[in-house]
Ligand binder design. Structure first.
Ligand code: HPA
Length: 264
C-alpha cells in the first residue's frame, strides 16, 4: 500500500487533489471534461483490482476540472465480479493516504419510483445494504465498527444542491438499495424494495461508502437512473440499456459536479 501511495504521489507531480470521483457504469464521460495530466492504469498499481465489466476501464485519471485538481477513478470493481466486497479497499485507502478528503461516488441505477424516470439524477441520502455483504468483514481492529448514521455528508449534500440549482438540473433524493447482482432484480424484489423504503436499486457503491467512512472520507453519492426497475414497464432489463442511457443522464450529473467544483 505504501509503495502504491508513493507511486501515485510521484506521478501526480505536485497536483494535490482533495476530491476524487468514482465513475459508475457508462459514466466515463466526465473524463472528457477533465484536463488530463496523469493516467495510471490499475494494472500499474499494486493492490488495485482488475475489472472486466464492459463499459468500465480500470484507471486512475488525475487532472483539473473547473480549475480544481481532481482524481477520477474509472472502472470500479463490483462485488459480483469476484465475490469480494472489499475489492475497492486499496484504491480508497490510497486516496485517503494521498490527501483526498471528499469522495464522490456515482452509479447507474434502476428507479423504483414512478415519477423518477430514466435520465434522472438522484442524490443518495441513505442506503440499504440488502446484499448483506460488508467490506469490513475480517478487519481485525475496533475501527471496523463504523458509524453509518451520517454516512452521506450533510454539508457536501447541501453544496451539491446549490450546484444543481445553479445549473437548473432537478436533483432527486432517495435511498439506494444494494443488490449483489449480476442478474437484475425480479419484479417481486422490486415491490419489496419499495415497501422497505428504497427509491433506486443497483449493484455497487454501498461497499465503497462503508470503506470511505472507515477511512474517514466525506461522502456524496449519486445515481443516474437508466431504467425503471424490473416489472415496472414490462420490458426486460439489460446492461446494454444501462450503457446506452447512462451517458445521457450522466451529462446532467457532470454539470452538477462541475458547478460544485467551481464553487470551491
Ligand atoms: N438494477 C440494478 N442495477 C442497475 C439497474 C437495475 O435496474 N439499472 C442500472 N443498474
Amino acid at each position: 500500500m505504501k509503495a502504491t501511495t508513493a507511486k501515485i504521489i510521484r506521478r501526480l507531480d505536485g497536483l494535490m487533489p482533495r476530491t476524487a470521483i468514482i465513475l459508475g457504469s457508462g459514466l466515463g464521460g466526465l473524463v472528457d471534461s477533465l484536463d488530463v495530466e496523469v493516467r495510471i492504469p490499475f494494472s500499474g498499481l499494486e493492490g488495485f483490482p482488475k475489472s472486466a465489466v464492459s463499459g468500465h476501464s480500470g484507471e486512475l485519471v488525475a487532472g483539473k476540472l473547473a480549475g480544481q485538481p481532481v482524481i477520477l477513478i474509472s472502472g470500479r470493481v463490483h462485488y459480483y465480479e469476484s465475490g469480494d466486497a472489499s475489492a475497492m479497499r486499496t484504491p480508497i485507502e490510497c486516496l485517503r493516504a494521498i490527501g483526498v478528503e471528499n469522495l464522490v461516488l456515482t452509479n447507474s441505477a434502476g428507479s423504483v419510483d414512478d415519477d423518477m424516470g430514466p435520465g434522472s439524477v438522484m442524490q443518495i441520502t441513505d442506503h440499504i445494504d440488502f446484499s448483506g455483504r460488508n467490506p469490513l468483514i475480517g478487519e481485525p481492529t475496533d475501527d471496523r465498527f463504523v458509524g453509518m448514521t451520517t454516512a452521506y455528508d450533510d454539508n457536501l449534500a447541501a453544496a451539491m444542491d446549490s450546484a444543481a440549482t445553479k445549473v437548473g438540473v432537478k436533483l432527486y433524493k432517495g435511498v439506494y438499495m444494494w443488490f449483489s447482482g449480476p442478474s437484475f432484480e425480479t419484479p417481486a424484489e422490486i415491490r419489496m424494495s419499495r415497501i422497505l423504503g428504497a427509491n433506486a436499486v443497483g449493484m455497487s457503491t454501498v461497499p465503497e461508502v462503508i470503506l470511505a467512512r472507515f477511512y474517514d472520507l466525506r461522502v456524496a453519492a449519486f445515481s443516474v437512473v437508466t431504467n425503471y426497475a424490473a416489472g415496472m414497464t414490462g420490458n426486460e432489463l439489460s446492461h446494454d440499456e444501462t450503457k446506452e442511457v447512462a451517458p445521457k443522464g450522466g451529462e446532467n450529473l457532470t454539470r452538477i459536479l462541475i458547478s460544485w467544483l467551481e464553487s470551491l
